[in-house]
Design a protein around this ligand. Sequence first.
Ligand code: NAD
Ligand code: DAU
Length: 353
Amino acid sequence: METTRSVLITGGAGFIGSHVVRRFVNKYPSYLIVNADKLTYAGNLENLTDIEKKDNYIFEKIDIADKNSVTALFRKYSFHGVIHLAAESHVDRSITSPDEFVITNIVGTVNLLNAALNCWKNNFDNKIFYHISTDEVYGTLGKEGKFTEETGYDPRSPYSASKASSDHMVRAYFHTYGLPALISNCSNNYGPNQFPEKLIPLAINNIKNNKPVPVYGKGENIRDWLYVEDHSAAIDILFHKGKAGETYNIGGNNEWKNIDLIRMLCRIMDRKLVRSEGTSEKLITFVKDRPGHDLRYAIDSTKLCRETGWSPLPDFEAGLEKTVEWYLNNTGWMENVISGDYEKYYELMYSGR
Ligand code: NAD
Ligand code: DAU
């Protein structure tokens, strides 16, 4: 089939990126999808074995912080569009080693912006640079209210500060150079293929292996959970219909206190593992809190829903159950990602807590 558009997806071997790559490769056979990923500890090509042989898919191992590689990539493919997901994404890691977050999330994003600008400067028609960001740039909420697109930025961790910086650079390239760029800020994703440093896959794996389930502080922090395929569907819509210069919030309208979420997960795990009710809950262990732990995130996605008709999966328990089933049916995937390095990281993070 003739190629109608070449699309760069950065970070396509990671959790959300792999769902986006799969969706685009399968749904748009006339697009050439180039997945550029450094394959850090979080990048895993096993996430994409089902589509890796498709004619419209190419993988390029590159570090977005390396300006020359990024420039060469744009020369090679003359992209029409970019969906930028590559990032250091874990808040706890950003607290122990912030430098990597500055290098990848800020410098890497600027390298991509420069390369896109250079490639498109004579003709911005039908081009789009789509930057995937997070609700954490808005800071933390009290008991009331939600983040809207007008909420001021107030990042409080090195991770969210690095994402906020990259958002500012994307907006600066739109206003200063006219680069057609848009941003979406999404809440917490869950689903298959998430690296088990994040709360839900970490808890599933620990419960399965009868290990303590670490809950930070008193478990009172609140997150707004969204199924990864819902995020992927929103990215698809915004890539095609989003307006350059605009920001869109994406959320699940699905707020949960961490402790309530973990208790529900424990009940699901008891059922799936045929354990008597209450067995998994005994594994819950309250540990030292995350420094600067944001209390509550909640996203108002009215703009996205109104303008595009997008809506998230309504039933969280069903989504969580599907997610648990995936991890229990893919124990080989889990064993492969829990490398020696991850074991060391886990020991470092949780031994003193
Ligand atoms: P992830 O950590 O699972 O994946 C990140 C991917 O980026 C990995 O494949 C990794 O190898 C790659 N990468 C890292 N540094 C790189 C570099 N220097 N060059 C090239 N590739 C590099 O992350 P995720 O959870 O899938 O998040 C993807 C994006 O979505 C991030 O930008 C994140 O900020 C954003 N986001 C995530 C969530 C969430 O809940 N996970 C919510 C909102 C927004
Ligand atoms: O809100 C969007 C963000 O969600 C994304 O931008 C980030 O990339 C993504 O990692 C996620 O950040 P969080 O810090 O909210 O996710 P995490 O899974 O690390 O933690 C979820 C909540 O659970 C948070 O309040 C901290 C808590 N937690 C986390 C871990 C890993 C625990 O109580 N115990 C744990 O072991």
